[in-house]
Design a protein around this ligand. Structure first.
Ligand code: SF4
Ligand code: SF4
Length: 405
């Protein structure tokens, strides 16, 4: 593979890009600049003396070295044991090149198990190939799949070395045209227990599943003789691609709300030059809903979420420049995670879109959420017990009550 960033080439015209942005709810300004991965909060915790503190290192250590179990419900040894085990597949890949500065899935793409085949399968029908890739992505474990055009705006300006935390080339091959975006559902019963260590198993599990899906799908495409970069949090922002791939709509809690899982989903991607058909973005009524809902703002323990309409205010260097959107204060948010020694997703748990849309009643709710009845839905939500934290002990009791077959 030729690892030189082809950041200036987009497979769509400027007019088409503008149309797609409007359809996806993406707004940029003249101040737009690509995001440098060095400014991501997880990386700043290692090099930025303005924010780094011992609790942040203790947070990272609690995943792989010294789980900080304690008396509080949801933070016992079993809770940390489950959380950390859920991360194990992702950890296996992210740690194998870490000392050389390559933290796969986080600071660098998943490294190929075999290079691009020398013979290239001819693509006679883009439609057929697209359908095939989506089916295979699901065979490999993805819950939802969409395809967006490659867009150099979302490629990181720089990647960061996990050994030195210095900037390095993002290093994507030239000629990329498409991004296959993969969504993995987070377990609802675990999410209900946020904040707790056991809830973190919902995140860890999704990361481990993503790793297994992305590494297989990207290898399949390389075996066909086309380029494929398996990517999780590395290389490029996932959220704009999920929006462009028609998987959902951006919300105030900084998550993409999908019609299948609401906000309870994690995204990864495969960047490729395989000829594919791009999906169209679709709006679900989330923007209008968030305009009148404040549940995530009210529930955030450190008040890290913004009120008011989307804006391009940059609270600190961990926010992308020149994009009009709802942006959290990442310093406050990650500071809370560090103190907790576990990830937080209270703003996901309390979101009214966090429902199981397998039930017809929730599909009816979703239909009304697009209408002016949304105000009533929020009032009902506030009166009900939905979104309240469930004790982790209930989750463990549930595990015990299921008789293995
Ligand atoms: S993850 Fe937790 S701390 Fe961060 S914005 Fe959401 S509720 Fe607030
Ligand atoms: S809790 Fe309300 S405001 Fe926050 S993301 Fe969900 S719908 Fe939007």
């Amino acid at each position: 593979m030729n690892y030189h960033a082809d950041i200036n080439t987009s497979p769509v015209t400027a007019v088409d890009r503008e149309r797609r942005d409007a359809a996806a709810g993406i707004q940029t300004t003249d101040r737009f600049a690509r995001f440098s991965q060095r400014n991501d909060m997880f990386n700043r915790a290692f090099w930025d003396d303005e924010i780094r503190r011992p609790e942040m290192m203790a947070f990272f250590d609690s995943y792989r070295k010294t789980p900080s179990f304690r008396r509080g419900r949801g933070f016992g040894q079993k809770d940390f044991a489950l959380r950390n085990a859920a991360w194990a597949v992702s950890d296996e890949f992210s740690s194998r090149g870490e000392s050389q500065g390559i933290r796969e899935g986080f600071n660098a793409p998943l490294q190929p198990t075999a290079q691009v085949a020398s013979e290239q399968v001819e693509v006679e029908s883009r439609d057929d190939m697209t359908a095939e890739i989506k089916q295979i992505a699901k065979l490999f474990g993805a819950g939802i799949v969409g395809i967006a055009p490659y867009d150099p705006r979302w490629t990181y300006a720089n990647r960061v070395s996990s050994a030195t935390f210095e900037e390095d080339e993002t290093g994507l091959p030239e000629g990329l045209t498409s991004v296959v975006v993969l969504g993995h559902e987070m377990d609802r019963a675990l999410v209900d227990t946020y904040p707790s260590a056991v809830a973190g198993a919902a995140t860890g599990n999704a990361y481990s599943e993503e790793t297994a899906t992305v590494i297989r799908l990207s290898q399949y495409i390389r075996n066909l003789g086309w380029q494929a970069v398996g990517s999780m949090n590395d290389s490029a922002l996932a959220i704009p691609y999920a929006l462009q791939a028609g998987l959902g709509e951006y919300a105030r809690n900084q998550l993409v709300i999908t019609p299948e899982y609401g906000p309870r989903v994690r995204f990864s991607k495969v960047l490729t030059d395989l000829p594919l058909v791009h999906d169209q973005p679709r709006l679900l009524g989330v923007r209008r809903f968030c305009d009148v809902c404040t549940r995530c703002i009210d529930a955030c323990p450190v008040k890290a979420l913004p009120s008011g309409p989307p804006s391009d205010v940059q609270l600190n260097r961990s926010a992308i420049q020149g994009v009009i959107k709802w942006t959290s204060d990442a310093e406050k948010c990650f500071g809370f995670w560090a103190d907790l020694r576990s990830d937080c997703a209270i703003c996901l748990r309390v979101c009214p879109w966090n429902r199981d849309f397998g039930y017809w009643s929730n599909r009816v709710w979703r239909w009304f959420a697009r209408t002016p009845a949304r105000g009533w839905l929020i009032k009902l939500e506030n009166l009900s017990k939905r979104g309240k934290r469930k004790q982790s002990t209930n989750w463990w009791k549930r595990v015990k009550s299921v008789t293995p077959r």
